[in-house]
Design a protein around this ligand. Sequence first.
Ligand code: BGC
Length: 767
Amino acid sequence: MDSARINHKHNVQVLAIMAQTVALLVITVLRLCVSYAEDHTALPRQRIKSPLAVSEIASPAATALPPVSSYVLNTNGQWDSAISKARSLVSKMSIEEKVNITTGMGWQEGRCLGNTPPIPRLNFTGLCLQDSPAGIRFTKGISVFPSGINTAATFDKKLMYDRAKTLGEEFRAKGVNVALTPMMNLMRSPYAGRNWEGAGEDPYLVGVVASLTVKGIQKNGVIATAKHFAGNEQETNRNSYSSYISDRAMHELYMWPFRESVEAGVGSIMCSYNKVNGTYACENDKLINGLLKGELGFRGFVQSDWSATMSTLPSANGGLDMTMPGDIQFHSGDSYYGKNLTKAVVNGLVKDSRLNDMAVRVLSTWYMAGQDKDYPETNFDSWDLVPEKFVDVQGTHAQVIRQVAAASVILLRNEQKTLPLQNIKRLGVIGDDAGANAGGPNSCEDRGCDRGTLAIGWGSGTAEFPYLVTPFDGISSRAGKQFKIIPSLDDYDYDYAAKVASEVDVALVFANADSGEEFVTVEENVGDRSHLQLWHNTEKLIKTVADVNPRTVVVVHAVGPVDMEWANHPNISAIVWAGLPGQESGNALADVLFGDVNPSGRLPYTIAKATSDYPVRIEKSKDIKYTEDLRLGYRWFESGHVDPMFEFGYGLSYTQFNYTDVTIDKKGYNVEVNVTLQNVGGVDGAEVPQLYLEFPSEADQPSKILRGFEKVFLKAGQKQTTTFNLDSKLISYWNVESQKWVVSKGDYIVHLGASIRDIRQKITFTI
Ligand code: BGC
């Protein structure tokens, strides 16, 4: 036979063997599919990858320029010992027991919003997972804290931590194992409904809030949850849209706060409802295995958002460690994990090692938090607000709440020393937002209405108010008999409002703008905001008041930016931005209005002159392209030279500060910047010096970016030096080509100032 024929015969044999193998494979796969189809509505897609197991995560590898992993967890030692304890426990478990660790019991099948079952023979108590970032949801005897956005507005690291530590105490005392906070999606669009749960438009600021929140919560042995990873920057169509985010924007913007949380030792990360770059976040191998577990070296567990799990195999192999609340849909009685996961493991479609990894991740986090010893039992029932045992966990937390709320008030305008209130005989308090919701502050489920003063948004990010101090009550109790307060609390009674306003020395007029999560619709807003106007036509109320009183003070309770054309009225002499301050709202406001607390809040977002100046609206299409890319928030306004109405970082005080004597000391990539601040006004107060870094052109940043801030309290006349430290992490950018954080060579200009646009000093260093 000639060689051509031999080859031909050989080829035929090879083809026959290949055909046989393919046929066998097809039959096997078909069989598996049939067995899945029995109790599985949506057929799982085949995709088998080998995800990174927690035990495989190497210690930081040293590469040339600052590798991400060099910042990973300073608690590696503790994790190692928690992991070995968890491994030993898992080695005693059956497949079903391990699967139970990864599968919630189902919606309303336990006392908490999410529950995993106990394994009594191994002394594992099971887990209670509960909202929210502002307070413990669905129970009583708890506090409602200032929102995330107000926490950011304090620009005060100590208060950010104190708030979280106090909130964490409540979670612990109620027996919650996993607190579903902090929420750290960025304010990409002012219209996004859940902006108020987060910390604004700048990833560095959000990262600081996230990190301190994680530390404060976890200080109590409660496991914190960084959510929602990733690209969940609007509510509309959140179950089906895909966010298309560039690699660089993902690293420098959207992933940044999660990286900070991982470095702070966060125990859990929640993947979001939406898709990212075409793949659902909770089965996104690149996102979970690649970025979170691989690049960031995250050692805790990834849990799904509620019903955000879309499959068995892609999810389990893509890195999802726990499905919540467990059932595919609420009350559907089935699960993508549970029996389906057991089958997948038995059939070898999910490796044993992966199931072990899932269980080890959950249990090592539990050990890390010290929850294996003396952890309080869950002592409330989300579905029955009158439980057999009532534990009041408020303690003296109202003090911290009031402090944070007062520190978050942003004074946007104060002409002719209108504030603090002094030398007045009659004060008008005008607008529904100054008063109470007639049905009580909790009369609408999940705070899904806007009646009376607005102190928190709506949705899962809320809790039941123990009480809510309204502005009218707070101001009245602070004023005592000093002067007369005349209320006009009907938003639509313009005649009476004008009458009151014309008879008083100062007219306070209140207005608000609300938003929330998509499962509640309030006044035609399906979570996201359908407009940026103030609610209830209060622009007209403001104008009515300002037309007759030259000392009109507008107080706004808003979830984010609003259209502020009304602010051009010449009689509006002061504007007080109070955000969503929580239960102590009125007291904290009075603290600032009367000058007991000198305002020191700063805007954690940009307020534009015209709504058309914002780059991002709510997208109706299922493909959401993040085309503004790195030009998020102030980076957009700065790079396009668009003047905002009030810029990022802005906020006034009752005193003034000077910035002098800036110096720099550079050792390698470590840069120390010093600046001296002096309180040159007549009263004590706090300043927020901000450091914005302008990168060399190679880094191709759209504008200077926030890389440091401090809150500095100075008595009148006092002078003090503030130090900022920059390191390789803060001066690097994500290089897409090399897939590394890189420090570019060239000149870096350090801008120090009181906002992104109010730069007082500059100094340069060179790499
Ligand atoms: C929200 C999460 C929340 C979960 C549990 C979801 O709708 O997106 O933030 O933690 O519900 O209530």
